[in-house]
Design a protein around this ligand. Structure first.
Ligand code: IPM
Ligand code: MG
Length: 364
């Protein structure tokens, strides 16, 4: 009897999006075979190709179906022959349209990938395991009131008390839930009024969380801290653009952008899960993209949308075991002795290997 029914909107998108999403679905189908979950997958086309075909990057029907689903699995959007931003704005339309105000980005270096971290051992120490919490609906990226003329252009950075408060509260609650001893807020309060507003709210809300150590960093200094003491970073909370930037930097510390997952979350409501990488048109269709960021996004969906830790942990265990056996090229060691022992895998091969291990765990 399948008594946990979930409607999952599938937004494959462009470039490597469809290739990696297929591997995420593979994991969910295995879970369905060995658990009480029943997933109904609903295709919700969007992105650059859809823009070319229909004149919009996010058809109303796709948006409505996403809105009526229990969760969304998203690949990537963007095509090189379209104007910059033409496809990508579909993402912000969903983030804003569904009020997905939390962008949750866990960054974890798996032991077997330590040699893929670009930092020396002394900067890795006990490992890297942090979560970046990025405000996802305001700031510069909300693109409210942009003014473009021939000789000048204005983008407005807007923060509202409501949005800053809710994301910072989420950050503190997340840190508390994970047992983190410290939270870092990133801003540019030495220059920007928006950041001073943010910092004041962070300090106010922080008074309710006396057991969590609170640090403020300016964005430039935090970019340095990320490569200087990444092992000490636990929860980070920051505004939209800063979060966008530091999460790519952090993702490379765990071996590849292809390893990082994210959740665009509205707590208690429909949320969207996606790898943090883009559509990577240069490698699209070659079958070499790393599907782990997407598979970890499924893990995040299980945890954050369905409150299910057990299966999420098993997905992660299956990934860790698989990394010891074979990998996509982005995470193969360059000059390591193990190179010969690790199989070079395609996107599909990596997904199959993880699925096999996941299935073995589920059968136990
Ligand atoms: C991300 C991406 C997007 C963003 C782009 C594709 C619009 O870089 O999710 O980090 O900037 O939010
Ligand atoms: Mg980004």
């Amino acid at each position: 009897m399948k008594n946990i029914k979930k409607k999952i909107a599938i937004a494959r998108g462009d470039g490597i999006g469809p290739e990696v999403v297929a591997e995420g679905i593979k994991i969910m189908k295995i879970l369905e075979n060995f658990s009480d979950y029943h997933f109904e997958f609903i295709e919700t086309p969007l992105g650059g190709q859809v823009l070319k075909d229909t004149g919009t990057n996010l058809p109303q029907k796709s948006f409505d179906q996403m809105k009526n689903s229990d969760a969304i699995l998203f690949g990537a959007v963007g095509l090189p022959d379209l104007p910059l931003g033409a496809a990508e704005s579909a993402i912000s339309k969903i983030r804003q349209g569904l009020d997905l105000y939390v962008n949750l980005r866990p960054i974890k270096l798996y032991d077997s990938l330590r040699d893929k971290c670009p930092l020396k051992e002394e900067y890795i120490q006990n490992g890297i395991n942090m979560t970046i919490i990025r405000e996802n609906t305001e700031g510069l990226y909300a693109k409210i009131g942009a003014e473009v003329s021939k000789d000048s252009v204005i983008n407005k950075m807007i923060y509202t008390r409501k949005s800053v408060e809710r994301i910072i509260k989420f950050g503190f609650e997340y840190a508390e839930k994970k047992g983190h001893s410290e939270i870092i807020s990133v801003d540019k309060a030495n220059l920007l009024e928006c950041s001073q507003f943010w910092r004041n709210i962070f300090q106010d809300i922080g008074k309710n969380y006396k057991n969590i150590k609170q640090k403020n960093f300016f964005i430039d200094s935090f970019c340095q801290w990320l490569i200087r003491e990444p092992y000490s970073v636990q929860t980070v909370v920051t505004e939209n653009m800063f979060g966008d930037i530091i999460s790519d930097e952090a993702a490379y510390l765990i071996g590849s952008l292809g390893m990082a997952a994210s959740g665009n979350i509205c707590p208690g409501k429909v949320s969207m899960y996606e790898p943090i990488h883009g559509s990577a048109p240069d490698i699209a269709g070659k079958g070499i993209a790393n599907p782990i960021g997407t598979i970890l996004s499924v893990k995040l969906m299980m945890e954050e949308s369905f409150g299910d830790k057990i299966y999420g942990n098993l997905i992660e265990k299956a990934i860790e075991l698989s990394l010891e056996l074979g990998r996509t090229i982005d995470i193969l060691p360059k000059n390591d002795l193990r190179k010969g022992k690790l199989k070079t895998l395609t996107t599909n091969g990596m997904g199959d290997l993880i699925s096999q291990h996941f299935q073995t765990f589920l059968k136990k």
